[in-house]
Design a protein. Structure first.
Length: 158
């Protein structure tokens, strides 16, 4: 895994967006889309609290990219995210043709935390990104964010 200082900077923003989502009563997830030249193009956080479970930031990034970028720009962009894409978001990423994904916490980590806390599994099978979008370059998890993200997800239960 080749995580750079730039990657860490953008992942920090994702974690801050996750914290913002939690403060608004939502699930703690945040994501940022960055162009090949380093320009932040789009960022969002989870917005599922009102009942639309498709309002994941990674899915919103796919929608935004499809409407605002040409295929070459999509392919060279990087999606940073606090948590590994769910299958829905991984599929949208693959269909839209976005490039590299860097995530702070993995689906396996989140699944283990939820089981440890006695929570029921979600309605969708937890799969790694490359099980859904095999051609996408993926890097993560990044240990530097594990404790903080675990704490945010635990705080969601309080």
């Amino acid at each position: 895994m080749t995580i750079t200082e730039t990657d860490l900077h953008h992942l920090r923003r994702c974690v801050d967006l996750a914290r913002e989502a939690l403060a608004d009563g939502d699930e703690p997830f945040g994501s940022v889309l960055v162009a090949a030249d380093g320009t932040v193009l789009f960022e969002d956080r989870n917005r599922v609290k009102d009942g639309d479970e498709t309002r994941h930031p990674e899915f919103e990034i796919s929608r935004w990219a499809a409407n605002n970028l040409i295929p070459q720009q999509r392919a060279t962009a990087t999606v940073y995210t606090s948590g590994e894409h769910c299958p829905m978001c991984a599929a949208s990423h693959g269909w839209v043709g976005l490039g590299r994904i860097v995530y702070a916490a993995s689906t396996a980590q989140l699944t283990a935390w939820r089981a440890e806390w006695g929570l029921a599994p979600g309605p969708v099978t937890p799969l790694p990104i490359n099980a859904i979008a095999p051609g996408v370059p993926v890097e993560g998890p990044v240990p530097a964010f594990e404790a903080e993200l675990r704490g945010l997800h635990l705080a969601r239960l309080a």
